[in-house]
Design a binder for this molecule. Structure first.
Ligand SMILES: C[S@@+](CC[C@H](N)C(=O)[O-])C[C@H]1O[C@@H](n2cnc3c(N)ncnc32)[C@H](O)[C@@H]1O
Length: 307
């Protein structure tokens, strides 16, 4: 596909559908360092290719932000797998007041529009998808972020079984910050590095964990950050992700465990919660002196592993 009319991309659309996006500026919240679509100036973007997000509210939010950010008449090419929001794209764009052309290829729906969209509909979609304080949860959150409108039961189980922690720690894949918040309840915790790949989650976490001991990193939990010497930490807490681009990926959690093992000092402790079906024992055993199943309940298991 000829991408010469496009300057920006959101997400990583399949190369066989849109071509090579390497020359386009990335706007995805999952791309550390990328510009945020919600901070793009109105009518500033020449053309945008978007792998539209799967969640209905976050998809309409992203489409509406994109339509606001595009120059008048600039193209928005939005696509998604049919079963991950693609079959709703046409309805979404109609609801936002856009004319568009729709096509289908390789299990994706592909919509091309030049906006401009109905200002009231765009404003409503942006308001619906924006970060907000959820009074019931007592947390800042945003549709599209992991477990955005409920506390994950695996995380709740870990919090209920975790003793007071101490020293320097990290929360890999911190999300909204619920595990960090629990860890920081212990006055013996000196510092906590919170890492997440999702900028939106991290921005909420900054508001949820207003604690001078916390530091925040928009980054990949599979890598040990350069700012952190290896074998430095006393503890790591995590509820590792096991989905990538909408598909189950068990190696993600395994890589998180490898990162934790590299970050921990000898004797340091990993506290881990996981869905029961995930095969983490085989990776814990060779990396840690001992790995103990502390609790199994409600389809989740809690491990304490000591390096
Ligand atoms: C299962 S959720 C746990 C969130 C939070 N710790 C909690 O307990 O509610 C996993 C988190 O990992 C993040 N994540 C996914 N892939 C990641 C990666 N490669 N590096 C860092 N974080 C990642 C997701 O954005 C999500 O917030």
């Amino acid at each position: 596909m000829d991408l010469s009319a496009y300057s920006h991309v959101y997400g990583v659309p399949p190369v066989d559908l849109v071509g090579d996006i390497a020359g386009l500026a990335q706007l995805s919240p999952f791309s550390p360092g990328a510009q945020a679509l919600d901070e793009a100036a109105p009518q500033s973007i020449d053309g945008l290719v978007m792998l539209a997000p799967p969640g209905a509210i976050e998809r309409r939010y992203a489409l509406a932000l994109a339509l606001n950010a595009l120059k008048p008449g600039a193209p928005l090419l939005a696509l998604a797998p049919k079963d991950k929001g693609g079959s709703r794209l046409a309805q979404d764009l109609t609801g936002l007041g856009c004319a568009f052309e729709e096509s289908a290829r390789r299990h994706h729906r592909i919509c091309l529009t030049q906006g401009p969209g109905d200002p009231a509909a765009l404003a409503a979609a942006i308001a619906e998808g924006a970060p907000r304080l959820d009074e019931t949860l007592g947390l800042w959150t945003q549709p599209g972020v992991f477990s955005w409108n409920r506390i994950d039961p695996g995380s709740a189980l870990l919090i209920a079984n975790m003793p007071p922690l101490a020293g320097r720690g990290a929360d890999l894949g911190c999300g909204l910050g619920v595990l960090s918040h629990a860890a920081l309840a212990s006055p013996k915790v000196k510092s906590l590095l919170m890492i997440d790949l999702d900028r939106r989650a991290l921005e909420c976490a900054k508001r949820n964990v207003a604690d001078a001991r916390a530091a925040f990193m928009w980054g990949d939990g599979r890598k040990v950050p350069k700012t952190l010497e290896t074998n430095a930490l006393d503890f790591v807490v995590m509820n590792p992700p096991f989905h990538e681009s909408g598909h189950e990926n068990r190696t993600l959690g395994q890589s998180f465990i490898q990162s934790a093992a590299a970050m921990l000092r000898t004797g340091g402790v990993l506290w881990l919660t996981a869905n029961r079906h995930l095969p983490y024992e085989s990776i814990l055993k060779p990396l840690f002196k001992r790995a103990t199943l502390i609790k199994e309940a409600g389809g989740f298991k809690i491990y304490q592993a000591q390096k």
